[in-house]
Ligand binder design. Structure first.
Ligand code: HEC
Ligand code: HEC
Ligand code: HEC
Ligand code: HEC
Length: 177
């Protein structure tokens, strides 16, 4: 016979397992999304992102503006500085434990906006928006953008969601018919 104490302990451990699994989606890297999201007929999201400044965000930390800013502010190398990397790369945000397949080179990649993909990238889940979202997929709104597009950035420019979204839009034309 199970004692009440044991039953309680089992329930508690189930709750804990649930909480942990909800938080352990790993980052898989943009190459994994590329396999399925590089077809012109469905919007070539990967190709569009390669032309979008977000994919160049790590390189920017080595440009002349960054070098000058780093020098003035006692930063040895902005491209290795966590304070800059936290907005200029998905890698830094992911943290060591959840990094999975991601590299710093990809800058601000798919998963900075759409959430860590280890669970939702499966073909079955991806085709079902509700299920994909229950497994970590995010469809970003302004609130997500302004986590990075804010005055903590030394090179901040006024952020207008409509204008900025249009600049990086990568819709699936097959869906809009
Ligand atoms: C095995 C193929 C596959 C992989 C891998 C994959 N996707 Fe998808 N994804 C799809 C399909 C199919 C759809 C449904 C058609 C569509 O909306 O483009 C989809 C839909 C989406 C949607 C739109 C959801 C909606 O209904 O509005 C987003 C956002 C998305 N994927 C992001 C990603 C990201 C980010 C990655 C990488 C972490 C990824 N996908 C990996 C196949 C894939
Ligand atoms: C993880 C941080 C992060 C998030 C989240 C983010 N961005 Fe960005 N964004 C950046 C960085 C960093 C740059 C600068 C990239 C570069 O030039 O190296 C940038 C640049 C841009 C640019 C180019 C601006 C220009 O001057 O040409 C647009 C447009 C943009 N972001 C739109 C968005 C939108 C829309 C969202 C939300 C859906 C968003 N961003 C979410 C970090 C982020
Ligand atoms: C709070 C998030 C955030 C932080 C922290 C951050 N950046 Fe940025 N950075 C951005 C965003 C967003 C943009 C794009 C701004 C735009 O065009 O609207 C950007 C743009 C830039 C640019 C492009 C502007 C240009 O003239 O070339 C440089 C350079 C830059 N950041 C360097 C840095 C450096 C160096 C650090 C660390 C000291 C840093 N950033 C920290 C978010 C951030
Ligand atoms: C800077 C943020 C940002 C990045 C980076 C980003 N996306 Fe998106 N993505 C968005 C926004 C915003 C939407 C529109 C969401 C909506 O319609 O509610 C979107 C929509 C999508 C859709 C749905 C298109 C449709 O019409 O149904 C797919 C698929 C997608 N993204 C895949 C990707 C993939 C793959 C990557 C990386 C190669 C990527 N995204 C990178 C912000 C981003």
């Amino acid at each position: 016979m199970l004692s009440m104490k044991k039953i309680f302990a089992i329930c508690l451990s189930l709750v804990i397992v649930n909480v942990i699994s909800a938080q352990t989606y790993k980052y898989v890297g943009a190459d994994k999304c590329k396999m399925c999201h590089n077809k012109p007929a469905t919007g070539d999201q990967y190709g569009k992102w390669l032309k979008d400044p977000h994919s160049q965000a790590l390189k920017t930390l080595s440009n002349a503006h960054s070098v000058e800013y780093a020098k003035k502010n006692g930063i040895a190398d902005a491209s290795k500085e966590p304070k800059c990397l936290k907005c200029h790369s998905t890698f830094e945000k992911a943290g060591a434990a959840l990094r999975g397949g991601i590299t710093a080179e990809e800058g601000v990649s798919c998963e900075s906006c759409h959430g860590a993909g280890s669970a939702y990238k499966s073909p079955v889940l991806m085709k079902n928006k509700t299920q994909a979202m229950a497994n970590g997929l995010i469809l970003p709104t302004k609130e997500l953008c302004i986590k990075c597009h804010n005055k903590e950035n030394p090179f901040f420019k006024e952020f207008d969601f409509a204008t900025y979204s249009a600049k990086i839009a990568h819709p699936n034309p097959a869906k809009k018919i």
